[in-house]
Design a protein around this ligand. Structure first.
Ligand code: AMP
Ligand code: ZN
Length: 113
């Protein structure tokens, strides 16, 4: 299996797993863009946001709930944070497995792209 995030989800790559349950996994981004930069991924392989279906709705909701909980745990809830999903080539997506970036711990730019 060549998907790097599936390998992480299957425990085949060493990594710092901060949270996991049956559906999602959270780990730090290897090239952090902010003092707090976590990735929230579904364990199920979905290649991009453009590929989610109606059936994935609870899963995507759960990813956002998990991000909210991680932000609280990491102490950025009050000051604020940002959630980002890059989709496809022009959206800047590099890893073809759906992931939610949780960024915080510094003032983020008001520029979105
Ligand atoms: P994106 O551009 O939205 O596809 O973001 C992919 C993100 O995954 C980038 O921020 C990378 O730094 C991060 N990344 C790539 N490989 C790994 C890895 N093995 N562990 C943690 N983060 C990774
Ligand atoms: Zn995958």
């Amino acid at each position: 299996m060549s998907c790097i995030f599936c390998q992480i989800a299957d425990g085949k790559l060493p990594g710092d797993i901060l949270y996991q349950d049956e559906e999602v996994l959270v780990f730090p981004d290897i090239q952090p863009q902010a003092p707090l930069h976590l990735l929230i991924i579904p364990k199920k392989h979905i290649s991009a946001l453009s590929r989610i279906t109606r059936e994935d709705k609870p899963l995507v909701g759960h990813m956002i709930n998990t991000a909210q909980e991680m932000a609280r745990r990491e102490g950025v809830s009050e000051k604020g944070y940002r959630l980002v999903i890059n989709c496809g080539q022009q959206g800047g997506q590099l890893v073809p497995h759906l992931h939610l970036h949780l960024l915080g711990g510094r003032q983020l730019s008001d520029q979105l792209g």
